[in-house]
Design a binder for this molecule. Structure first.
Ligand code: G1P
Length: 297
């Protein structure tokens, strides 16, 4: 039986250049989708997949992220005194239990591979998940839980993927399946991978399945990441070390059942806000009439 996935790494050191100027003083992971910060959705998703410990890889100017996951004594006392018990419960529900969350600092922005490597001592010698919180995933069964389901079946390393338009593949990591597209088992079924390439030049992508921001990796990835070789864009790429690990370990791609919103992007963040408001039982009807009125104007 495969070792259980107990820990998750969340790289949150990025500058958020696509959502500036707002992200200058508010960490992009703390920007709201409706009324909760993006990061809170990622933490809820991790918990729903049975994750017991989350390692946030933060950077300069991201202190408010730690504060979000701590008690705010004054606010909590005020809400209690005013009898706002539902709101208080909602705020408290986002908090980890003591010791369930760690923070490690990526001191220089050297790339995603370097960020994950910064978590090596906190993860230790066990398989773990990686969640890129910007990629907000709406799914009936949360995306990471779907990845864990696949891992329980096939073990090894699991990369959550999704199809995009051919002209968009150059913005992502792209996977090549063993035996090509004909061998593709389809959504929900883990399919063996053969290769992966980070940000392929236009027209050269091996498929239209992109690496969408949820991974289950074996700890041997850390030895490979420690070489810290720069790849696409001059950054230490997680993709490059995964490709090396593929020589000795199994990798499966899993197309998950759900919808991704790239909240590191202006329009993605807007889409997420509208979509999540529309899905909310308490706000959906009001959100719909507000959006419809805007479109009629
Ligand atoms: C990173 C990964 C890439 C993945 C993408 C998903 O790229 O390197 O493989 O497809 O996240 O958002 P970044 O967005 O950091 O350039």
């Amino acid at each position: 039986m495969s070792k259980p996935i107990r820990k998750a790494v969340m790289p949150v050191a990025g500058l958020g250049t696509r959502v500036l100027p707002g992200a200058k003083t508010v960490a992009k992971e703390l920007l709201n989708v409706v009324d909760r910060p993006i990061i809170a959705y990622a933490v809820a998703e991790a918990r729903a997949a049975g994750i017991e410990h989350i390692v946030m890889v933060t950077g300069r100017g991201k202190q408010a992220l730690e504060d979000y996951f701590d008690h705010h004594i004054e606010l909590e006392a005020q809400l209690a005194a005013k009898g706002k018990t539902e709101l208080l419960a909602e705020i408290l529900a986002d908090l980890p239990k003591a010791g369930e969350m760690s923070f490690v600092r990526q001191m220089r922005p050297l790339g995603l591979g370097h960020a994950v490597w910064c978590a090596r001592d906190l993860i230790g010698d066990e398989p773990f998940a990686v969640i890129l919180p910007d990629m907000l995933m709406a799914a009936e069964r949360p995306a990471l839980a779907q990845a864990v389901d696949a891992y329980d079946k096939v073990g090894g390393n699991i990369i959550v993927v999704e199809p995009v338009a051919e002209e968009d593949t150059h913005r992502y990591g792209v996977v090549a399946l063993e035996g090509g597209r004909e061998n593709y088992a389809g959504r929900g079924a883990p399919t063996r991978m053969q290769a992966m390439v980070e940000k392929p030049a236009q027209g050269t992508a091996p498929s239209n399945l992109i690496v969408s921001g949820r991974y289950i990796l074996q700890p041997e990835i850390f030895d490979l990441l420690s070489a810290q070789e720069a790849g696409a864009g001059g950054e230490v790429q997680l993709t490059d070390s995964m490709v090396k690990l593929m020589a000795t370990q199994d990798f499966h791609a899993l197309e998950y059942d759900g919808v991704t919103y790239d909240c590191g992007d202006k329009i993605g963040l807007l889409r997420a806000n509208v979509a999540f408001a529309l899905m909310r039982p308490d706000l959906g009807a009001e959100a719909r009439s507000a959006v419809e009125a805007l479109l009629r104007a």
